[in-house]
Ligand binder design. Structure first.
Ligand code: GDP
Length: 387
């Protein structure tokens, strides 16, 4: 900028375009308007805005029990937060909501990307909400969100009609932490949603890996959405996921695809016969439907209704919920222990050294592990505080 010719008439005043430096005789191009003076702040009211105060646990609980969506959302944000202050409030809220939770049908929905989960959840959700007194929360567990720091599963924009329904609450996957951590937050969110009166909970995930196990451990019914016409119908989905399914539904049974969907249905039915009996005694069913054209939706829902009647009558519904509570207790303990151990800076530096020794064959894996653990336990006992 230093070699720009200076305008002798330029007095630093910007109100008139003649005064702009490029409007001097050395510049032959278009005249330049110096524009408007910028205000000191983009939003002058910004400074007046008060910092949002942390709502108390009792205020949140009161709001949640009244079905106040804003308070529910704020409480879920606290559940998802990594801040110890927020976590302390969140845990108190969960504890207080627990007596009001449990009264819902928790349904896990999985399928590979493109299987039609969002289209189907939109339609299934509207179907469920036709029953008077129904409310629906759609939550998600997205393992990829750890990497992308954001989740699209459960995103409102994917469920157009449901997202504007007054009785639906949609929340994308929590994004921070390990899969176990993310799943635990979703499970805690279920408690809050139930306390807020949501008597149907959908938990969505992508049918490609570990996250199904996490979802399975928090739902009563596990629905697997499959596609027909992709050659070998059993490809692309792990056998373990099929074993978890209480219902397999083949989507996009419309137009030219109907016959292929029926063929896939027959293949899945015969594949399921080779599987061991389910712990509930329920025989998983295979149905075809079209989420897009809304065909076969009541039939899918009728199957789910029948499952709930079956599982409630034979007592499996309660058994499974008890097993899940126990599972989450131990999962939480495991997670906290692991975090406490690996977040310790002394432990971390010892781990680096021990790992190097092990890789250089200077010592065995077991003595290296013992050294770090011994250090950790003795440090813990010296601190004389619970882990
Ligand atoms: P997701 O990735 O599992 O959530 O799948 P989407 O719901 O986004 O659907 C993927 C694509 O399949 C979209 O282009 C949908 O319009 C289409 N789709 C979903 N359901 C159906 C269906 O029942 N029939 C047909 N023909 N297409 C569908």
């Amino acid at each position: 900028m230093s070699n720009l010719p200076t305008d002798p008439h330029h007095d630093g005043h910007h109100d008139c375009h003649h005064d702009h430096i490029e409007n001097s005789c050395e510049f032959q191009g278009l005249t330049v308007n110096s524009g408007v003076k910028q205000p000191p702040s983009v939003n002058p009211y910004m400074t007046r805005r008060k910092k949002r105060t942390l709502p108390s646990a009792s205020a949140l609980v009161e709001g949640i029990l009244k079905g106040d969506v804003t308070m529910l959302s704020r409480a879920v944000t606290m559940v998802e937060s990594l801040s110890p202050d927020h976590q302390a409030v969140a845990q108190e809220v969960i504890e207080k909501c627990l007596p009001y939770s449990g009264n819902s049908r928790r349904i896990g929905i999985t399928g590979v990307p493109g299987a039609g989960k969002s289209t189907s959840i939109d339609v299934f959700g509207l179907h469920v909400l036709k029953t008077p007194g129904s409310k629906l929360a759609v939550l998600a567990i997205d393992p990829s969100s750890e990497r992308t720091k954001g989740s699209i599963l459960g995103d409102k924009t994917r469920m157009e009609r449901l997202s504007i329904h007054p009785d639906a609450f949609i929340r994308p996957s929590p994004s921070a932490g390990s899969l176990g951590g993310v799943a635990r937050k979703t499970r805690e969110t279920i408690v809050l949603c139930e306390a807020a009166g949501y008597n149907n909970i959908f938990v969505e995930t992508v049918g490609v890996g570990q996250s199904e196990t996490a979802v399975h451990s928090m739902v009563d019914f596990f629905l697997l959405i499959q596609l027909a016409g992709t050659g070998d119908e059993l490809q692309g989905i792990k056998r373990g996921i099929m074993e978890m399914a209480d219902g397999i539904v083949i989507n996009k049974a419309d137009g030219d695809n109907i016959d292929r969907a029926r063929l896939a249905q027959a293949q899945f039915r015969s594949a399921l016969q080779l599987f061991p009996p389910t712990p509930s005694g329920w025989k998983p069913e295979v149905l075809t439907y079209s989420g897009y054209f809304e065909l076969g939706i009541p039939e899918v829902w009728d199957m789910i209704d029948r499952y709930f009647t079956f599982a409630r009558e034979n007592g499996y519904f309660d058994i499974k919920r008890h097993q899940q509570s126990r599972y989450w207790m131990y999962e939480t303990i495991d997670e906290q222990l692991r975090n406490n151990f690996y977040n310790d800076t002394e432990v971390a530096s010892r781990l680096i050294r021990c790992e190097r020794d092990v890789l250089n064959n200077r010592r065995s894996s077991f003595t290296a592990a013992k050294e770090v653990l011994d250090f950790y336990f003795s440090a813990m006992s010296q601190k004389q505080r619970p882990i």
